[in-house]
Design a protein around this ligand. Sequence first.
Ligand code: ZN
Length: 219
Amino acid sequence: MPSDIVQPPNPDERFCSRCGQPLGLREEGGRLRPACPGCGHIVFGRFSVGVGGLIIRRSRILLVQRAHDPGRGRWTLPGGYVEEDEAPHDAIVREVLEETALTVVPRALLALRHAQNAREQNLYLVFSLALRGPPSALRPDGREIADARWVRPDEVASLGAVGSISKWVIERLARRPGGFRIIPATQQPPPVLTHRWTALYAAPSSRTHHRTPLFRQKE
Ligand SMILES: [Zn+2]
């Protein structure tokens, strides 16, 4: 039975990205989706993954000022987009280095926000980061960001335009940054056939986290 639910058409995606034929529509998973009659490729939607980093030093948080639109002049946590061939926690380390010249290591995943945009969905992951190099290395790159500052949480409001999710993270999470652990590759389940590699983040497994276990274990 054909579905009457049609995946929202994407004007950027009229031709198959694999073989170049014009896309048709095909039912898959209860929806009519753009699909290639030639090679069978199905378009499940467009996604992007962004990352942000919370770095706290002496009760101050690193904020950067965007140099370009959208949001030119706005202060945010440092960050950017995940490349197609990198893990999110590697992407934030790279972005912080590129934007500020600071060397950091990822500690935990603090928050995830899923946003629906006009032409894609975006998943934004916020990591807590630890400074590894000297703080004096801080140099705004002058391209992506115009300025960078260590700011006390109570000074954030006086900066002017501050990204709403950055502000939310600072207000809600900066005082108690717990978060999901970054699971080393050796402790992850083996990747399935289509995975080249995986990144895995998991809630802390401490006894204090849940009052009652999800599954009762045999004594
Ligand atoms: Zn095709």
